[in-house]
Design a protein around this ligand. Structure first.
Ligand code: URA
Length: 323
């Protein structure tokens, strides 16, 4: 019980607001909720009876605990008072567990971020520069990965978007389709983006390495170096306002720092483009890691909120139309 409360408290501090997690299904349901929130709960959980009026936002916990219903409420138990951050977290965990579209007792508008409108169409100059970079990469013979790859996986999304997301390397699905993040981790990435109002029309996505490493092994430092000049030109052309690096490979390659992910996630970095302009850069978990470690999704949520907060702060949504 003590350990469960500790997790409870840490969830509380992640969102910086007073709220209570409880579960009508008793210890098992609470345990599942706490697992989802942080993965560290020990013991049998806390009986909801020990918590004040825990009826606010009910959540079918289909993915983790059959038949268990988890509840989220404020200390005062008033549904209308449940903080937006909690509602958004519930929405996020639903989204990520594939329950996102299900109707619930909550108004959608109260539990999700506003949808970010698609970025304007890219300028002909930008489109031409990207097409020419892609052609150059397709003709490049300096990386052995290309010899065994089906496709050069270049980029996807809107090159005019404020946010550029950089992953590691294509997997099997990406290799076949020639597009980044279209497999399982791509589907999770889409749901993560959706939880903060983005989709592929409002972001741009690429990878550190543009050809699939055999057996989905991580790219070697040599392969990363071979692709690096393309990546820096790619960033220069897209000229995003914010870069999001997914996982350690992207972080090491783009920022050239050796920090661990836990520390790096806490801060904003600056990536300097070749024209000297600095781009705000953040690091978060790679979705394939989150697929393997779903307990970390709550921390990814913190990162996503930080991303959306930065985006909103600078109103990048109102990007100038193409010239
Ligand atoms: N993982 C990546 O890093 N990139 C992809 O495109 C797909 C999976």
């Amino acid at each position: 019980m003590k350990d469960a409360i500790a997790v409870w408290a840490s969830v509380q501090s992640e969102f910086g607001e007073e709220f209570v997690l409880s579960a009508s299904g008793g210890g098992t349901a609470l345990r599942a909720l706490l697992d989802e929130a942080g993965g560290a709960a020990e013991g049998d959980g806390v009986s909801p009876e020990t918590r004040p009026a825990p009826v606010a936002v009910s959540r079918q916990n289909g993915s983790r605990t059959e038949g268990a219903s988890s509840l989220v409420s404020r200390q005062n138990g008033d549904c209308a008072e449940a903080p937006a951050s909690v509602l958004r977290y519930v929405s996020y965990s639903r989204e990520l567990s594939g329950e996102g579209s299900e109707a619930s007792g909550m108004a959608e508008s109260r539990r999700s971020y506003d949808v970010v409108p698609p970025a304007p169409e890219a300028s002909p100059t930008k489109k031409a520069a990207l097409a020419s970079l892609k052609e150059e990469m397709q003709a490049f013979n300096g990386c052995r990965l290309k010899e065994i790859a089906t496709n050069t996986v270049f980029g996807d999304g809107n090159p005019e978007a404020a946010i550029m997301i950089i992953g590691e390397a294509p997997g099997a699905d990406e290799d076949i389709q020639g597009l980044p993040f279209v497999g399982r981790s791509g589907q999770l990435l889409d749901r993560m983006l959706a939880s903060i109002g983005f989709d592929r029309k409002s972001v741009y996505i690429t990878n550190v390495v543009n050809w699939r490493p055999p057996g989905n092994r991580p790219p070697t430092p040599e392969e990363i170096e071979q692709c690096r000049p393309f990546l820096s030109r790619h960033i220069d052309i897209v000229a995003p306002k914010i870069i999001v690096l997914l996982g350690l490979t992207a972080m090491h390659s783009v920022l050239r720092i050796k920090s661990g992910l836990a520390k790096a996630r806490e801060v904003w970095f600056h990536y300097t483009m070749s024209n000297g302009v600095k781009v705000k850069t953040m690091v978060t978990f790679h979705p394939s890691y989150l697929l393997r470690s779903p307990g970390q999704k709550v921390f990814a949520w913190k990162d996503l909120q930080r991303l959306r907060g930065e985006f909103d702060k600078d109103a990048f949504g109102a990007t100038e139309p193409a010239k």
